[in-house]
Design a protein around this ligand. Structure first.
Ligand code: 6PG
Length: 220
């Protein structure tokens, strides 16, 4: 799905999150800077997240008061704005990353993930699955700790490919010309571990890629 501008992409992602929230489904939130507008939009239009389970696709191993925290972004732009809150499943960064990942892996077991929202890094990473890192090869555990492959250079906890691909609807939200080359590698070129996002698609459901024209500029 290519839309003219970043605002349109945020609105498209917000609409999909709103549908899942209205149905009381489960949502996996992404981090980074791109989703902020979409979170604020869906919070304004769908303020009742009763019955929803919220998970995090990855987290930087910092306190949730740290500006780099994905959970802080979600709280500020979405969760604290809701009238009826969801059940939030935090990644407990107060634990050592390996322990927080093991706890999340256990908590995720058997949990259906309806909407998995993902971003794309300029290096082709998604969640905190970076090129060349062992986390990309994990096929058993649903969450692992991993070193960072890109700034912010702090340890991460990330959902793995088995977790992400279990999503009934995997949605990538990518905007800006800085992502155009990664978009081509992730969604047009042959899948490759050099571009982790190219390896993530819904296994039994659907995958939607929301791009603004700038991010889609190098697609054939
Ligand atoms: C993270 C995110 C990551 C993000 C991409 C894009 O923890 O950084 O989960 O996967 O989606 O890095 O980030 P931007 O939206 O900031 O470009």
């Amino acid at each position: 799905m290519v839309v003219p501008a970043a605002g349109d992409a945020a609105a498209a992602a917000a609409a999909l999150m709103g549908e899942t929230a209205d149905a009381g489904g489960s949502v996996v939130l992404t981090g980074g800077s791109t989703p902020r507008d979409a979170y604020e939009l869906v919070a304004a239009r769908h303020s009742d997240w009763g019955g929803v389970d919220v998970w995090f696709g990855d987290e930087r191993h910092v306190p949730t008061s740290d500006s780099r925290s994905n959970q802080l972004l979600a709280r500020e732009a979405l969760l604290d704005r809701l009238v009826v809150p969801p059940t939030v499943h935090p990644i407990r960064t107060e634990l050592p990353a390996v322990d927080a990942a093991a706890e999340y892996d256990a908590e995720l077991a058997g949990e259906p993930l309806d909407l998995v929202l993902l971003g794309l890094g300029p290096d082709g990473h998604t969640a905190s699955l970076f090129p060349g890192m062992p986390a990309l090869d994990e096929r058993e555990r649903l969450a692992v700790a991993t070193p960072p492959g890109l700034e912010p250079f702090v340890e991460r906890v990330t959902l793995t490919i088995p977790a992400l691909e279990s999503g009934a609807h995997v949605v990538f939200l990518v905007v800006g010309e800085g992502k155009a080359e990664a978009v081509r590698r992730a969604f047009a070129d042959e899948p490759s571990p050099r571009t982790p996002a190219s390896l993530v698609r819904s296994l039994n459901g659907r995958t939607t890629v929301i791009l603004d024209e700038a991010a889609a500029a190098l697609l054939p």
